[in-house]
Write a protein that binds this ligand. Sequence first.
Ligand SMILES: NC(=O)c1ccc[n+]([C@@H]2O[C@H](COP(=O)([O-])OP(=O)(O)OC[C@H]3O[C@@H](n4cnc5c(N)ncnc54)[C@H](OP(=O)(O)O)[C@@H]3O)[C@@H](O)[C@H]2O)c1
Length: 290
Amino acid sequence: MIVVTGATGTVGSRIVRGLRERGENVRALVRDTRSVPAEWDEGVQPVAADFADPASLDAALAGADAVYLLVAVHPEMAAHERNVIDAAVRGGGRPRIVLHTAAGIEQRPEGVRFVSAHVSGYEHLLASGLPWTVLAPNGFYQNFLGMAADVREGRLTAPGGTGAVSYVDARDVADAAVAVLTGQGHEGAVHTLTGPAGLTHAEIAGQLGAVVGREVTYRAAEPAAALAGMLGAGWDTWRAEGMVELYGLYAAGHASAVSPDVEKLTGRPARSFAEFAAEHAAVLRGGDAA
Ligand SMILES: NC(=O)c1ccc[n+]([C@@H]2O[C@H](COP(=O)([O-])OP(=O)(O)OC[C@H]3O[C@@H](n4cnc5c(N)ncnc54)[C@H](OP(=O)(O)O)[C@@H]3O)[C@@H](O)[C@H]2O)c1
């Protein structure tokens, strides 16, 4: 049995779909079993658990052969990863853990809390003695869908400086995860998942502009101004500060490297940002969700 955590989210929902397409039965860890995606058929067993509740994790992981361990961005996300790993150890069945992290965990950049949290989970996994694989995706193309209103006004504003970022499509992350979960020989591997090119935010603005049919101009915000903007929009402080730290990594050019791992795992090239933008034209232009 494959257990998927974060099963209702951007990546996890696509992993559940991909596993079902391959005929795999899935146990999907959710917080509320009363509201699960309508597409889940009898091959998906929803199980209620919370990353902060070890007893619920014991029940959710019982009898698991493999666990896709994806936690949400949260001040306690490192503890959440440790809690799932500890539950897997307590279960005694030595399930394979596929840990979803973020690009950069091997470089261990200082002062980037999201990456540091994943490094902590990774170290805990190594110490656990469980068989493991790590997926380390760069930022998702899908993040730009949340900026569609500004894009339609001709603006893309972020504290990303002039650094290039090899953003990746979350669908490719999910496809890579399905390949690892259903395949052999990935034990002890860290797969870095990126798109096919490093793009500056100015280049991304240009590609978004081509889809929405107007010029879109990138403005590199100062970190302090970006933080104030996020706090003003209602973000919690921990997350907003974390985003500014992450964009600092981007601005310094430390997230630009392109990895071949999506193609190695899925057997086809990683989707380009241009393809993604064209496929999501309706959302970007303000029509119905694509
Ligand atoms: N976004 C990016 O660009 C990016 C890039 C690289 C890596 N990452 C990493 O990817 C992960 C986020 O993935 P995502 O975007 O697919 O997540 P997401 O869409 O935010 O979904 C989060 C999932 O976690 C579940 N969840 C939240 N809190 C929980 C709790 N306390 N107990 C149990 N389940 C809980 C949510 O379930 P509910 O339905 O109950 O809310 C949901 O299924 C993070 O670890 C992040 O560091 C993100």
